[in-house]
Write a protein that binds this ligand. Structure first.
Ligand code: G4P
Length: 291
């Protein structure tokens, strides 16, 4: 097993306890929770305690960055969650795609009972209050900016929810807690940590960059071989390992140092950057059937 440096992930038991307390306290103020996960890593980007932490509240799961994920896999994940009675939507907070479905879906599904109760009690004018939860980098600030319009403060990657609560008014009489809850990812599971590092959700430093890129190349050669062929114009077969794939990419890109040796560090940075920015195509790193 590679030596993954978990300290680089920056979450400690004290932080986690503080976050749990802050979220529990803020949950009392809202009607529903929007849980943001990364559509490329729907399993690994889910906080392991979110189910128990938010059990008392209606919740919708948003598979964000769906523009970077394999659309068949995203549909499979939505169906998988549906079978588990979880309402989920695919969104792209960068372009705004799918976000206009959030409020109508909430009202028609997880908040249906509340809406009916309010209607019956003559309270239909009461605002719907929402909290956004998710791991660092999953797109929480982008979602708030999209929903609220205009640029808001960048959410800091620090544990918990800020003390100063601010409500942002949205259309349809909905209010959003301006500062979302920043949760810790599933880093106890080493393969989940590696996938999160592929997407840039956690620091590259958990592994050296070349090892990380080699692992990504092996995954791609098995699950999305065409992406490698099209982007790098390389040929490979079962005999190739991570290093030979990385060297082939480096060679094709002319990343050669003195003596003809391939600059595998540069090649690794290129592969990771291109994967993260979607240049290798739409790729999902884990599927529901693998659970
Ligand atoms: P956070 O608050 O949860 O920490 O995440 P944030 O909104 O800051 O988003 C983290 C990065 O992910 C940002 O990129 C953001 O643009 C990008 N992002 C968010 N949602 C989407 C999406 O649906 N699709 C894609 N492709 N990217 C998304 P960045 O490089 O850090 O900043 P910038 O590119 O916005 O300058």
């Amino acid at each position: 097993m590679d030596n993954i440096d978990m300290k680089a992930i920056q979450w400690f038991p004290g932080h986690m306890a503080k976050t749990r307390r802050a979220i529990t306290a803020n949950l009392r103020l809202v009607d529903a929770v929007a849980e943001l996960i990364d559509a490329r890593t729907p399993m690994s980007s889910r906080n392991p305690e979110i189910d128990s932490m938010t059990a008392s509240k209606p919740r919708i799961v948003l598979l964000n960055k769906c523009d970077l994920a394999d659309s068949n896999a995203t549909s499979a994940w939505i169906n998988y969650l549906k079978k588990d009675n979880v309402t989920a939507l695919a969104v792209d907070c960068k372009s705004g795609k799918g976000i206009n479905k959030l409020l109508p879906t909430l009202k028609a599904t997880v908040l249906k009972e509340l809406m009916e109760k309010r209607e019956k009690n003559g309270m239909s004018g009461a605002p719907i209050r929402l909290m956004i939860l998710g791991i660092p980098n999953v797109g929480k600030s982008s979602l708030i900016n999209r929903l609220a319009g205009g640029k808001r403060a960048k959410v800091e990657d620090r544990p918990g929810v800020t003390r100063t609560k601010q409500w942002v008014k949205l259309k349809d009489n909905t209010e959003l807690l301006d500062m979302p809850g920043v949760l810790w990812p599933k880093f106890e599971d080493q393969s989940a940590a590696v996938r999160l590092a592929f997407t840039g959700a956690i620091s590259d430093d958990i592994l050296d960059i070349e090892t990380l890129a080699m692992k990504l190349l092996v995954f791609l050669s098995e699950s999305y071989p065409q992406a490698l062929v099209e982007r790098y114009k390389i040929e490979f077969n079962d005999a190739d390992d991570g290093l030979s794939l990385l060297e082939k990419v480096g060679k094709k890109r002319g990343m050669v140092i003195s003596g003809g040796e391939i600059n595998t560090e540069r090649a690794a940075i290129t592969v990771l950057d291109e994967f993260r920015s979607g240049k290798l195509g739409r790729i999902t790193l884990e599927l529901p059937e693998e659970i």
